[in-house]
Design a protein around this ligand. Structure first.
Ligand code: AMP
Length: 359
């Protein structure tokens, strides 16, 4: 449907869009990025960009007319924006994947409906609902806004001593979901790609540690049993199939111990390339960004084979200020996203180390 020489449209201009554009260039594609933000990191590496609002219908139509296929790099693309675009050009992944994953309640209901384990959850529309939901689910629990939460924003822990009214006020009356607290041993993710024909390729399971709710380090292999890893990948394939998904997705999971056995519980689906997959640029035969481009262009997937033991570290806030010293590390691949200002919590770049497998 699109050959090298064609143009890939990318909605969203952050570092994920930037790395998709770099991968597309490697395959001889032109890219056109659509983002309202003036200093979008993806603009600097794309052939063209449109800096307009996501509700600017005329600009969206002109963008769609200028490209061959459209993808996105963040899950909060407004529904109406996606509808306008898909009427003109193939939008991959589709509107269904967006609608399901934008709303935590829709997402958890969808996953649970497939018979896959999640934390217990209830929708909470008001303070009275919260009291009922807490009575059912118990404490500790986590109250999250249904929409627009990320990196721990839009969520509050309800401990035994927390006043429910205070928790509710913290989230300013937004529609919420209450989840039972999962006493996990570790957090993992599966990054995988699916083609329109149902082809599927998953990378090895990623072990993710967070600092201040933001991904800090990803290690692969994840150090779980091979049964757990197989189960996590099988769950991801079922989710991708049920969404009729095209492109790269990530499924974030908790690893728990039930009666001495490891088990996985799904926390969240990201309908896009994912931070925990950045290691694949140097650490796998085909990177997640190349894999995404292949899938959305209707091309065959590449090999997800891992090339060594991986450690990926995010550079957050001022961590990238020491870039000169980082460049001097002989075993480290350095990525900087070209963001002008290092605000606390802002992802400025990442480091990847790929070491030989132990004998
Ligand atoms: P989320 O925005 O859903 O990815 O949540 C951000 C982080 O909060 C996760 O990576 C977990 O560390 C923690 N968290 C979220 N939901 C739960 C839960 N139900 N039980 C325990 N920890 C959670």
């Amino acid at each position: 449907m699109i050959d090298p020489g064609g143009t890939l449209g990318i909605v969203g201009g952050g570092q994920l869009g930037r790395m998709i554009a770099l991968a597309a260039a490697r395959y001889g594609l032109a890219t056109h990025v659509y983002s309202p933000e003036p200093d979008s990191p993806a603009f600097a590496v794309a052939c063209r960009h449109t800096r307009k609002a996501y509700d600017d219908e005329a600009a969206l139509i002109a963008f769609a007319d200028a490209v061959d296929v459209i993808t996105y790099e963040f899950e909060n693309v407004p529904r109406r924006t996606a509808e306008i675009l898909r009427q003109r050009k193939p939008l991959r992944p589709g509107v269904e994947a967006l609608a399901t994953t934008q709303d935590r309640f829709a997402e958890k209901s969808f996953v649970a409906g497939l018979g896959i384990a999640t934390a217990p959850f209830r929708a909470v529309g008001g303070e009275a609902d919260l009291a009922d939901a807490l009575a059912e689910i118990g404490r500790p629990a986590v109250l999250k806004t249904r929409r627009f939460g990320y990196d721990g924003k839009g969520q509050v822990m309800i401990r035994p001593e927390t006043a429910a009214a205070d928790a509710w006020r913290t989230l300013r009356g937004a529609p919420c979901i209450l989840e039972g607290f999962v006493a996990f041993e570790r957090e993992v993710s599966v990054v995988a790609a699916r083609t329109a024909e149902g082809g599927f390729a998953a990378y090895d399971l990623c072990d993710n540690s967070h600092r201040d709710h933001i991904l800090d380090v990803t290690r692969v292999p994840a150090g779980v049993s091979s049964d757990t890893e197989r189960e996590a990948i099988a769950i991801t394939e079922r989710i991708a199939e049920a969404l009729d998904y095209v492109g790269v997705l990530a499924v974030e999971m908790f690893v728990v111990r039930q009666g001495g056995e490891e088990a996985v519980v799904v926390n969240e689906i990201a309908p896009r390339v994912h931070n925990s997959g950045h290691w694949t640029i140097e650490g796998a035969v085909t990177s997640q960004f190349e894999q995404h481009v292949r899938a959305v262009c209707g091309w065959p997937l590449g090999s997800p084979e891992r090339l060594g033991r991986i450690e990926m570290q995010n550079l957050i806030g001022h961590a990238a200020d020491g870039w000169r010293e980082l460049l001097a590390r002989r075993d480290t691949h350095v990525h900087l996203y070209g963001k002008a200002e290092a605000r606390p919590g802002r992802k400025m770049g990442h480091l990847t180390r790929v070491r030989p497998e132990r004998g």
